[in-house]
Design a protein around this ligand. Sequence first.
Ligand code: 6GU
Length: 237
Amino acid sequence: MNFHVMTLFPDMITTVMCESILGRAQASGTIILKCHNIRDYTLDRHTRVDDYPYGGGAGMVMEAEPVWRCYEAVCSEIGHKPRVIHLTPQGRVFNQEMAVDFAHEDDLVFLCGHYEGIDERVLEEIEPEDVSIGDYVLTGGELPAMVVMDAVARHIPGVLHNDDSAIGDSFGNGLLEYPQYTRPEVFHDRSVPEVLLSGHHANVDKWRMEQSIERTKERRPDLYEKWLGENDENTDK
Ligand code: 6GU
């Protein structure tokens, strides 16, 4: 998977994405991250990329031309019109289903806005998919782009060590994850649940499923109701 990020702050992306699991995935070539600095595409001799909004009001607006020229460069590199995700609080709220869907692409382009947004006319030209990561306002699209890339990368074969772990975890089955424990057996007088030490795999699986259901019911009644609807045979649990 090639991630192409169009941004005014490429360092913000590269410094975060080189760590941990995503860093390893880049090192192995399973994911390739290419940041494109929108400022490199300005024709302005002072390298300005934003201007005052027509009609007045607070803040600055990102100009259409540098964004368009950056987009054209990314398109020629890819060789066809790619799927473009524009990060904006006005977008469709990102979820696990969208992460799985995006993971099927060979190339994903992320357009990160800043300031008060991007000139509407270049958005009309590019026709991106508008995506938000939740109902709060951030200073720019870089953090949301990384949230989306992280969630997508987990579904690309070879990114996680155990390919099963993207299926078993929270939301993979529509439920939150069960609690986890590691050594020591006793911490601050709290013991690890007996069943996990039993070596009885069927009992462990049953306990974990019960814990997942209980947690989801308590913490995310909305997800629990959805799961119930999709798992009629489990309604007695
Ligand atoms: Cl995608 N962008 C910004 N600026 N704020 C957000 C967001 C995106 N999603 C939630 N808040």
